[in-house]
Design a binder for this molecule. Structure first.
Ligand code: ATP
Ligand code: MG
Length: 361
């Protein structure tokens, strides 16, 4: 590993349910990684959760974004609890962070880890290795619309807003991602047969940007047909770019096909690097298994590895790779939580990964 790095400041927002346990395990793994390498990490802790929302009536203080801007990155567990409607935490915490920090791309890598099985018959590790690039700032989550008239005559409109620059910037990121991977293949997912404005604009921006990337092979899918292709021919896909809503849905499908939502990682990136980016496992707070120490921590660790890679901006790739290698060696050895068919709990997996980092460092 490289020479001593500067100190990276990481804000943690554990949130609720398994988010709290996952964040704790992630800190354990990151502290071990730091002790074995020359990375210096300093953590800040932000208790912005549904539990606190009950007490205080808010998720994030009014200067919350300013506080987070003091950090190099944000690690987020999961937020939400059955006693608060989900859209409140989404619109008061997660979306404000994504939007005000200009985190306009959401990257979701998916692959079948060694020693784990996909629910797809005959699908081996290597047959499913995707990166989903999801637009993270506009589209179907633009928050435009409203409800008129009283029940039972209510009419709701939910207006998706797409802009050329908003599409173009995520498209460029997707092409760069595709170019950086061996297959150099990008698949666009829209629904331009049925949605004739926004999705048609997506298609045309895709073709405009594609001209700058002649080395990237492209194809285009309608989102409905895409779900079939993902399940029937996973090997034919590599990098995928989709709108906010479609990217959200397809990445849950991708997580399921790779074995469990518990291994799914995501990065909310500001590619301009003017604001901290945010890293979080895809899964929610999972109240059904919260507090039992049985959640799969791999999605959180994978997110943490991507966080190290991002803040290092090319300088900490070896360290990020070391964490990923340790995760893969541990799953290959059969040390897995129940969602992956194993019998281990979160602590077993966490300690095994720390031990594996000791061994390979
Ligand atoms: P959200 O509303 O934020 O999507 P959710 O709690 O409704 O969150 P998820 O957390 O996405 O739903 O996951 C659904 C179920 O998958 C959980 O209830 C849990 O049983 C399982 N699950 C999720 N994350 C994990 C994990 N890390 N390890 C094991 N099982 C998990
Ligand atoms: Mg979910």
């Amino acid at each position: 590993p490289s020479s001593p790095s500067r100190c990276y400041k990481i804000a943690t927002i554990p949130g609720d349910g398994i988010g709290i346990e996952l964040t704790q395990s992630t800190l354990q793994v990151l502290n071990r990684l730091a002790s074995l390498t020359n990375i210096q990490l300093e953590f800040g802790h932000f208790d912005w959760s549904s539990a606190k929302y009950h007490e205080r009536g808010w998720y994030m203080p009014s200067d919350g974004i300013t506080q987070l801007r003091e950090y190099d990155a944000v690690f987020f567990g999961a937020v939400g609890w059955p006693d608060v409607p989900d859209h409140i935490s989404l619109w008061e915490l997660i979306l404000p962070i994504r939007k005000s920090m200009n985190q306009y791309v959401n990257v979701r890598p998916t692959r079948i880890l060694p020693g784990t099985v996909s629910p797809l018959r005959n699908c081996q590790p290597g047959d499913l290795d995707w990166v989903i690039v999801r637009e993270n700032s506009e589209g179907e989550y633009a928050g435009q619309g409203g409800i008129t008239h009283a029940a039972p005559y209510s009419i709701a409109t939910e207006v998706a807003v797409f802009t050329y620059p908003g599409i173009e910037r995520v498209m460029r990121f997707a092409f760069e991602t595709a170019r950086s991977r061996p297959k150099k293949h990008l698949t666009l997912v829209t629904k331009s047969n049925a949605q004739r404005y926004g999705m048609v604009l997506w298609d045309s921006v895709f073709y405009d940007v594609a001209k700058e990337y002649p080395d990237v092979r492209t194809d285009k899918m309608l989102v409905d047909a895409m779900t079939v292709r993902m399940t029937r021919n996973p090997k034919s896909l590599d990098t995928i770019v989709a709108t906010n809503l479609f990217g959200d849905i397809l990445s849950d499908l991708a997580a399921g096909l790779s074995g469990s939502i518990g291994i799914a990682a995501s990065s909310n990136l500001d590619p301009t690097r003017k604001n901290p980016s945010m890293f979080e496992p895809i899964s929610g707070s999972a109240p059904d298994i919260a507090g039992q120490g049985i959640a799969n921590p791999i999605g959180a660790f994978w997110s943490a590895a991507e966080m190290i890679r991002w803040v290092g901006d090319g300088k900490l790739d070896l360290e990020a790779d070391m964490l990923m290698k340790a995760i893969e060696n541990v799953t290959a050895a059969g040390i897995k939580t129940r969602d992956l068919g194993g019998e281990c709990n979160m602590l077993d997996v966490t300690e095994a990964i720390c031990g594996e980092m000791d061994r390979i460092s």
